[in-house]
Design a protein. Structure first.
Length: 123
């Protein structure tokens, strides 16, 4: 019971044995216990990077898409396809894929880089 409440004085062999046991557990437990935690790398989860901005009459919705979700943030013919796929994957109501992109407006951030795209879609 004294080990549980750590009631041994420093310098005793019981105290030293408890410290060695703790150090061994800390050093060798990752080999036997497979911890599943991982550091977050990259942008925040994709759900947070696609936000509903407005819904206009006629069910036209405008979403703000973070440019970090796109492979090529340059206006190319693939930009509309990439935005369509990004919105489809991250918006629960549009995951069926049957919607049309009506308008794409780039929103500039620092240093004249594109930070977001406002994407107007019609289901």
């Amino acid at each position: 019971m004294r080990v549980v409440f750590w009631s041994y004085e420093r310098g005793t062999w019981q105290y030293d044995l408890a410290v060695v046991g703790i150090v061994l557990f800390v050093l060798f437990s990752p080999f036997f216990i497979h911890y599943s935690d991982q550091p977050s790398i990259g942008p925040a989860p994709a759900q947070a990077l696609v936000q509903l901005r407005a819904i206009a009459p006629g069910q036209i919705a405008t979403y703000r898409v973070d440019a970090r979700l796109l492979a090529t943030p340059v206006r190319t013919p693939e930009l509309e396809h990439d935005l369509h796929e990004t919105v489809r994957k991250n918006v629960q109501d549009l995951n069926h894929g049957h919607f049309e992109i009506l308008h794409i407006e780039p929103i500039h951030g620092e240093g004249d880089t594109i930070a977001y795209y406002d994407v107007s879609v019609k289901p």
